[in-house]
Write a protein that binds this ligand. Structure first.
Ligand code: FAD
Length: 596
């Protein structure tokens, strides 16, 4: 079984050279984050991922979490790993400094989270949800709520969860039925939430649930949903823990993957009603929850990158050791390892190229998030907010869909040994499979992209990004390196296709939103593939400019070769996707429901 090694070189390249760490650290709030600090954080996180989290991944998958008498026990070793995680200060990496966090920008937290997800995604879901709760409380919690909950959530002494889903309310949260009845300064919560990740466990002293519910006179639909803090153990005014709230775990799901993370059915208010505390104003809960979901959606996109990376490392190691057949044209002599077969090399390169493109796009979104929060110029803050809002459904949808493909290719590289559980390659595909479903399915991300983003804005941000992509053409034309210059035509064709498809979405959305919905997922994938190609071409140009002036020449050469592969093997898919968007809606809409 291979062990995980953080891809530090590529992460550092993306943060420092591609995304521009200097722009982030030049902002007043981030001035303390030097390149050396980043290197130290990444190295420490990589060590923790490899030495503490990775060894638990396979066993955690086999054992799963266990429910007994309403109490959930995490797999062996998880509680101790969590203790080490929080005592090492990892939980508060990007937390607010006034509440004990380290205030590191998202662009530094991203690679760290990628490492943890690669090493053990089931474990990582727990701190990821806590950070989403922190995000919502930071922006919408009252000062008293912040004082009471944020320090413990930042240190990781307490964990957080997100409670949206009910049996009849999945993608459509307007159907939420959980009730919140006012009683003095609090509410009594009654209802059932399903699929709640890390909804109950033994790793932390307390669990702070953020719960969507309706007050008695709330209007119908999404405008009648409020957000409540419901602690597992009530918190006394002095911060000590009081009695167990009226919430219990009644079952945990048996799943395809991420088995170590308990996915719970939580029952609220079987007795007197669980005590809940309103966050912000009544009936604005969904709006607040979106704050947390946006954060989590970027995090889930990153899970896609992380699982793909893990699957790639596993497949690469197997391909370097598995001996099978002779090199083409050789009838005698030594048999070779399978990495010598051009088709295996192609599979590995397709994995590597997609991962590097996904990483570049995801980290670009996180840099925009940092600038939207910390840039001193208001106009830049707003421009970056529009960019990050635009990129989130693409990163979430495309990176997760691609991770399934990459993990599946990883199995193919293993041949039959990929299909049996012992090698571990199958776990990555099973774990990756959830990422396109939770935090909004790919269909929901695509609906967000074509509706609330491109349609609503009449393509303003989309065309601005396409404009940035077009600027690369002149740079590629000037390139003297044949491997870099070779990317020019493919990128131009792909960007033209994206431009035509975007114009079609902008023109069609107001008069026929159904037609746009019918091809929204291909449109999202088109954005991912071309967005990735844009970043890979930028990476190739940067790498080329560094060749011969010091640095790691082997890394830069490999980057250029990988970018060329991406442009020749992945980017051409854009042409077909663009045609599917522009021409494909009618055949979907022509088929009646009765014809299935
Ligand atoms: C392992 C796991 C962990 C989870 N963790 C959490 C958690 O911590 N907290 C939480 O609240 N929830 C959690 N969920 C729930 C998860 O977010 C939902 O499963 C997800 O949002 C989809 O809802 P659904 O399962 O009801 O599917 P449905 O909404 O029934 O969707 C079924 C299909 O219909 C499509 N569809 C539905 N509506 C539309 C539409 N309007 N437009 C286009 N397509 C549509 C979907 O894309 C999908 O393909 C978890 C789920 C799982 C499996």
């Amino acid at each position: 079984m291979s062990t995980y090694a953080a891809p530090l070189k590529d992460m550092q390249f993306v943060i420092k050279e591609l995304v521009g760490l200097e722009d982030i650290t030049a902002m007043p709030d981030c001035a303390e984050v030097t390149g050396d600090v980043v290197d130290a954080v990444l190295e420490g996180a990589g060590k923790f991922a490899a030495e503490v989290l990775d060894p638990l991944n396979r066993e955690g998958d086999k054992q799963g979490s266990k429910l007994l008498d309403g109490k959930v026990t995490a797999p062996q070793g998880f509680k101790e790993a969590y203790r080490q995680f929080i005592t090492g200060g990892w939980n508060g990496l990007s937390g607010q400094t006034e509440f004990g966090g380290q205030g590191l920008p998202h662009v530094v937290a991203m690679p760290v989270q990628e490492m943890w997800n690669s090493a053990n995604m089931a474990f990582c879901l727990c701190p990821m949800l806590t950070s989403g709760v922190l995000e919502a409380l930071k922006l919408r919690g009252s000062p008293a709520q912040q004082q009471m909950y944020v320090p413990k959530l930042t240190s990781g002494a307490w964990c957080g969860t997100m409670n949206l889903t009910e049996p009849q309310a999945g993608s459509d949260l307007s159907a939420v039925r959980t009730r919140a009845v006012p009683e003095g300064d609090h509410y009594r919560i009654h209802g059932t939430k399903i699929f709640i990740t890390w909804g109950e466990h033994d790793m932390a002293e307390n669990i702070i649930h953020l719960v969507l519910a309706r007050t008695p006179d709330a209007p119908e639909g999404v405008k009648g949903i409020s957000l409540f803090i419901v602690p597992k153990f009530l918190v006394n005014p002095d911060g000590t823990l009081g009695e167990h709230n009226d919430v219990k775990c009644v079952s945990i799901e048996h799943k395809l993957g991420i088995n170590a993370s308990p996915t719970c059915v939580l029952s609220y208010g079987d007795e007197k009603g669980a005590l809940g505390y309103l966050v912000g104003e009544e009936n604005r809960g969904l709006e607040y929850m979106f704050i947390m979901m946006n954060h989590a959606r970027l995090g889930v996109g990153l899970e896609g990158v992380a699982l793909a990376e893990r699957a790639y490392q596993h497949a690469r190691e197997y391909a370097k050791t598995r001996v099978q057949g002779r090199a083409i044209g050789q009838k005698s002599g030594d048999r070779v390892t399978i990495i010598h077969h051009p088709d295996v090399k192609r599979m590995l390169l397709s994995m590597k190229a997609q991962i590097e493109a996904m990483r570049a796009l995801a980290y670009t979104a996180s840099a925009a998030l940092d600038k939207s929060r910390h840039h001193p110029d208001d106009k830049e803050r707003r421009r970056n907010q529009a960019l990050v809002d635009f990129l989130i459904p693409i990163v979430k949808g495309w990176c997760t869909e691609s991770s399934i493909e990459v993990a599946s290719t990883g199995i193919q590289v293993h041949g039959g040994m990929g299909f049996v559980e012992e090698t571990g390659a199958a776990q990555y595909l099973r774990d990756a499979r959830i990422t396109t479903i939770y935090e909004g399915t790919t269909g929901i991300q695509a609906a967000d992209l074509v509706g609330r983003k491109v349609g609503f804005e009449k393509g303003a941000t989309a065309f601005a990004v396409i404009g940035e992509m077009r600027k690369l053409d002149a740079e590629l034309a000037r390139g003297k390196n044949a491997d870099v210059a070779a990317q020019r035509d493919n990128l131009k064709r792909a960007v033209d296709g994206l431009g035509s498809a975007t114009q079609w979405v902008v023109d069609t959305f107001p008069k026929n939103p159904n037609a746009v919905a019918a091809v929204s997922v291909p449109y999202l994938k088109l954005w991912g593939i071309v967005g990735g190609g844009w970043q890979m071409a930028r990476a190739a140009l940067i790498a080329d400019s560094k060749l011969g002036i010091g640095g790691d020449a082997d890394f830069y050469r490999a980057k250029i070769a990988t970018a060329r592969f991406y442009s020749e093997h992945i980017l051409p898919q854009a042409t077909a996707l663009s045609a599917e968007v522009v021409n494909g809606a009618a055949s979907v809409l022509a088929m009646s429901e009765a014809q299935f």
